[in-house]
Design a protein around this ligand. Structure first.
Ligand SMILES: Cc1cc2nc3c(=O)[nH]c(=O)nc-3n(C[C@H](O)[C@H](O)[C@H](O)COP(=O)(O)O)c2cc1C
Ligand code: SF4
Length: 390
């Protein structure tokens, strides 16, 4: 295993006593401790994990499900791959703990289709855990039984959105559902279901192993713990880093050798572009949030070209269900091309900003709600540079 520097996750070297500790507690205590820890979902939205689990635990049903979202489709994100590959037990044990806490007996790992190469290794890990009685019947001598199966995605970005993911698991076309009802009440096969990110489950194992007070010393008041970030682009040391929440963009750039960047896209295609003047901003849910993608842009990058890439991605990946996203993304992409040809007036640019703002409000799911983000942030910060080059 390559040596990785970190505090909460990477220092565990991949194993913890989290599961054994958790099974000595009551289900209610676990939910309360996860709430108390301040853990927020690492998939991007930052929803409080304890609250999600509390709602699912309170739902009355014969069957409940725990789903681990390993779709990792956001451009520039590759940190879940590292966790699944090198810290597998932390992730699976986190799912078992979640199952115990909400009263589920079955977990599903929804694995990105492009990660099929990891399937055999992950299945081996599940077999090993069963043979060690950390999975299966009466886990570690308790009266709790839980098992995990792995299902593969097929490469659609929208299937990372939790309700589209559930549709996909049920064998349907991957399209976001209307909410409410929320998955915690009506999820996979109509049963209460929690969907959490790979990194969220890994954090759960560590919280159960090290305790809530230990965990809370890292990060900020509103964003406890650490964040794994996948850094790519114009820097000397791209890779996966574990940083405490509250780390500034400037500090991160120093760590990765990207001090000369003129901008950083934080949160992937659906995130925001942070220009040099804002490098004092911090990576945290209350400031610049990210599911993990950090893309560094050097001085020589044409930001309109960067934006065009992102908008082409959204046009390709929109599921087409709702009008703001289906029609809005092609209009924004067309606007980018108009700018490139020097055919976009300031009035029309303002109309495009207004369209983006409408899409953020009116789109049915997070894809269309966030796809205008790069358009708005890149053109806000680099308008002069982009227009002067045309
Ligand atoms: C278009 C789209 C793609 C998403 N892709 C992922 C993904 O690949 N992995 C993930 O964990 N969450 C993804 N999400 C967020 C999920 O819908 C959901 O919020 C998350 O899995 C909840 O887990 P968490 O609370 O642990 O973050 C995506 C959301 C949207 C709108
Ligand atoms: S916002 Fe886009 S991806 Fe989401 S439901 Fe509407 S068309 Fe589909």
């Amino acid at each position: 295993m390559p040596s990785r520097k970190g505090i909460v996750l990477f220092d565990t070297k991949g194993s913890s006593n989290g599961l054994a500790n958790a099974l000595k507690k009551t289900r209610q205590d676990i939910v309360m401790e996860i709430r108390e820890s301040g853990l927020r979902g690492r998939g991007g939205a930052g929803f409080p994990t304890g609250t999600k689990w509390m709602l699912a635990a309170a739902a009355i049903a014969d069957r409940k499900y725990v789903v681990c979202n390993a779709d990792e489709g956001e451009p520039g994100t590759f940190k879940d791959r590292v966790l699944l590959d090198e810290y597998t037990d932390l992730v699976f044990e986190g799912m078992v703990i979640a199952g115990y806490a909400i009263g589920a007996t079955h977990g599903i790992l929804y694995l990105r289709g492009e990660y099929r190469y990891m399937l055999a290794k992950l299945e081996d890990a599940l077999r090993r855990m069963r043979s060690e009685n950390r999975l299966g019947e009466r886990i570690l001598g308790s009266d709790f039984s839980f098992d995990i199966t792995i299902r593969l995605g097929s490469g659609a970005y929208v299937c990372g959105e939790e309700t589209a993911l559930i549709e996909s698991l049920e064998g349907h076309r991957g399209e976001a559902r209307n909410r409410p009802p929320f998955p915690v009440n009506t999820g996979y096969l109509g049963c209460p279901t929690i969907v959490n990110n790979v990194e969220t489950f890994a954090n759960v194992s560590v919280i159960m192993a090290q305790g809530v007070e230990w965990y809370k010393q890292y990060g900020t008041d509103k964003s406890r713990g650490t964040k794994l970030v996948s850094v790519s682009g114009d820097c000397e040391r791209p890779g996966v880093y574990e940083i405490p929440f509250g780390t500034t963009v400037k500090e991160l750039l120093k760590l990765v050798g990207g001090e000369n960047a003129k901008a950083v896209q934080i949160g992937g295609a659906s995130g925001i572009c942070v220009p040099r003047a804002d490098f004092h901003r911090s990576i945290a849910f209350e400031d610049v949030a990210t599911g993990g993608s950090v893309i560094v842009f050097g001085e020589h990058r044409d930001m309109l070209h960067v934006l065009k890439n992102f908008m082409e991605f959204f046009v390709e990946e929109s599921c087409g269900q709702c009008t703001p996203c289906r029609l809005g993304n092609p209009v924004l992409l067309d606007g980018v091309e108009k700018i490139g040809r020097g055919e976009c007036s300031m009035n029309y640019l303002q109309e495009l900003f207004d369209l983006g703002a409408s899409m953020q409000i009116a789109s049915k799911c997070g894809l269309g709600q966030s796809s205008p983000n790069p358009f708005i942030s890149i053109l806000t910060h680099f308008q002069d540079e982009i227009f002067s080059q045309r």
